[in-house]
Design a protein around this ligand. Structure first.
Ligand code: C2E
Ligand code: MG
Ligand code: MG
Length: 647
């Protein structure tokens, strides 16, 4: 007898350990976790019932009380054991976030009916004796129709395996193996028991399968953000993939604290983490009370993702967020008291109505606050994704691909006015992209995108070659143009052969280096290394000069400017724009004076009005570039402009 029960005894501690582990790992919240706990608890109790029943009818005949006890234990065992299959199925559906696929579907009705049938067979058993009987003389006896339970179990089995195979893409391979192993363990157990009736291995094999699942699947350290103990960004991305693969309709709210980094620096790592945890807890609590079917994810620093389906009719995310804000205000006030204020921005995306592409959803979650007014606390994705800029951003790969292969890039030239000479004596070369679907695309957008995609080199090569060709094909000197200024990007200067390329093109087009001034920005010198250093030195040795672009936007380190070999400093439009204010005027005045003292020449960029021009003239600025004189022009118009204005 003990031999028969050996495996059942072994199964007990395994279930107990799994249950303890689930609580210790904190895997107790959320529906899928609760189903897994239920499964293990059901199996644990079923095993106990199985042991008790078997022990009791070992000695026959049974007393009346023993008959009742054995029958009770057997009912308990049959019920709990046979219901694990349906519960496991529901558990899988929740784990793989596919509940909505099965809501009110015929297959679900079938599964529910089968479950009901199991219960019905057991409830009617005292009268029919179909499944089993317990008598004083014989003890436990299999019923005539016990066999009826088998096709039901087989149906569940088939459904479960088909389901896992059909939706295997929704989870990691190893998790999938762990989940499907339950069926494999079951088949083995049935086979063993078939050949050797004395070994009750079913409960034990199920315990092993659950153990396998908890070891492979329940690794909260891999899916929880350790600073706030919420599911992390990886889990969010997986959930988004799942939503798209299963074509679910959900709403995603992204809450981004745009100054989280500053607050962290301000508070220090430890106090910041504690603060975030304290703010996150009431957040979760409030959502839970709202009866919303939601998932919450955290991405450091300071971004929360909330995914929810079919909100109740009275659910209003705006109100909800306000309530949450009110509830955490106590926590916040301690921080805000010291002068730091958390600044939340919220994005609401309807999927798939607003967005149905993985990259766009992830990208917009990261970038939305830059695509909307700084005064918008709540932004709706529908307002952004309709915009031309967003469409361009999300189709950038094909746009750039086309631009390079179909030659839709063109160089424009913006005249630069020399105040002393009272004529235009140079021009900036600016690239233009005209896409056949999206029309004109600003280089301010596509140049950074090309840099991010490693496509800036072919574009940069194009720019240099076009500018050299332009210089060689037009007699610029005759019309008073001394030099042209092309822009160089950081990535271009990181290629060791840049100087050789320039020399090659110089020979090909027979260029005098004095006719070219390369514009580079100060950000160059953040990552200056040997290659860049060599490039700048060698290009200068070839006889080219450099201009410093966008002065006044970066850190504008004046000591660095004085050390570097710039002939010209270009003051950025953003600085020129504030010349009308007392502070702006003072800044520009002193910048110009300082630059003059270290023998630099100054270009003011973005001059649009006569007043600005006059102020700059008075302050001793050397060159003016801006729409006041001319926009960037295509070659024929540029030549026309120069001929007419440089008489
Ligand atoms: P940047 O080099 O600072 O170029 C000056 C920008 O200011 C140009 O914008 C020009 O059209 C604009 N601008 C000039 N005067 C005015 C004005 O009076 N009002 C206004 N509102 N704007 C004015 P653009 O052509 O859109 O270029 C933007 C940026 O893209 C450039 O800034 C430069 O950083 C980059 N870029 C343009 N062409 C090239 C290129 O061929 N290669 C590289 N690497 N970058 C380029
Ligand atoms: Mg420039
Ligand atoms: Mg500039």
């Amino acid at each position: 007898m003990t031999k028969i029960l050996f495996f059942n005894y072994c199964a007990l501690p395994v279930y107990a350990i799994i249950l303890i582990a689930l609580f210790v790992k904190g895997a107790v919240l959320g529906r899928s976790n609760r189903y897994f706990i239920l499964l293990n608890a059901m199996s644990l109790v079923a095993t106990v019932f199985d042991i008790m029943a078997n022990k009791l009818y070992a000695v026959r005949p049974l007393s009346h009380a023993e008959v009742i006890a054995v029958a009770a234990f057997e009912y308990g065992y049959f019920l709990l054991h046979n219901l694990t299959m349906p519960v496991y199925q529901i558990y899988l559906i929740h784990v793989m976030k596919t509940e909505f696929l099965f809501k009110n579907k015929p297959v679900m009705i079938l599964l529910n009916s089968l479950t009901a049938l199991i219960i019905l067979l057991l409830i009617t058993n005292p009268f029919t004796g179909w499944i089993f009987t317990v008598t004083s003389a014989e003890g436990y006896m299999r019923g005539r129709y016990l066999i009826l339970l088998y096709p039901i179990v087989v149906l569940f089995f088939l459904f479960g395996v088909t389901y896992l195979i059909r939706y295997r893409k929704l989870i990691d391979r190893w998790k999938w193996i762990a989940y499907i192993s339950l069926y494999a363990f079951n088949v083995c157990a049935v086979a063993v028991q078939y050949f050797n009736m004395h070994y009750l291995v079913e409960m034990f094999s199920k315990a092993l399968a659950f153990l396998f699942i908890i070891l492979i699947v329940y690794r909260p350290e891999a899916s929880l953000d350790q600073s706030v103990l919420l599911p992390n960004w990886r889990e969010y991305r997986r959930h988004v993939k799942n939503i798209l693969l299963t074509k679910q309709r959900v709403e995603i709210a992204v809450v981004k604290f745009i100054n989280a980094n500053n607050i962290r620096t301000y508070l220090g790592e430890q106090r910041y983490n504690k603060y975030v945890r304290n703010v996150a807890a009431p957040f979760v609590e409030l959502l839970r009370r709202s009866k919303l079917d939601f998932d919450l994810y955290y991405e450091a620093p300071g971004t929360l993702y909330l995914i929810y389906k079919e909100p109740p009719a009275d659910f209003n995310i705006k109100k909800e967020l306000n309530d949450i804000y009110r509830s955490v205000r106590g926590e916040l006030s301690e921080i805000e008291h010291t002068g730091a204020k958390l600044e939340p921005r919220v994005l609401i995306m309807n999927c798939p109505a607003d967005l149905d592409n993985y990259d766009d959803i992830i990208h917009l979650g990261h970038e939305f606050y830059g695509l909307t007014s700084v005064y918008n606390t709540i932004t709706y994705a529908s307002d952004i994704v309709g915009s031309k800029n967003f469409k361009i951003e999300s189709n950038m790969d094909s746009i750039l691909e086309r631009a390079i292969t179909e030659n839709s890039l063109e160089m424009y030239y913006q005249p630069i006015y020399n105040i002393k000479k009272k004529r235009f004596d140079s021009a900036e070369a600016l690239i233009r992209l005209k896409d056949k679907d999206y029309g004109f695309i600003s280089p301010g957008i596509f140049i950074p995108a090309a840099e991010a995609r490693g496509l800036i080199l072919p574009i940069g090569d194009f720019v240099i070659e076009e500018v050299f060709r332009f210089i060689s094909e037009n007699d610029l000197k005759k019309y008073g143009i001394d030099h042209i200024e092309p822009n160089l990007s950081v990535a271009q200067c990181l290629q060791p052969e840049l100087a050789d390329k320039i020399k090659e093109l110089q020979d090909k087009y027979n260029i005098d280096p004095k006719q070219v001034n390369f514009e580079i920005t100060e950000t160059f010198f953040d990552n200056i290394g040997e290659i860049m250093d060599n490039n700048i030195r060698r290009i200068r040795e070839l006889g080219y000069a450099f201009s410093l672009d966008d002065y006044g936007t970066g850190y504008s380190n004046i000591q660095r400017v004085s050390r570097l070999p710039f002939a010209i400093i270009k003051i950025d439009k953003s600085l020129i724009d504030i010349i009308g204010t007392p502070d702006g005027y003072a800044i520009i005045k002193n910048t110009i004076n300082m630059m003059k003292d270290i023998n630099k020449q100054i270009v003011a960029e973005g001059v649009e009005t006569k007043e600005t021009l006059e102020m700059l003239e008075e302050l001793g600025c050397d060159y003016i570039q801006g729409f006041y004189f001319s926009k960037p022009l295509p070659v024929p118009e540029f030549m026309e402009f120069i001929k007419n204005n440089n008489k």
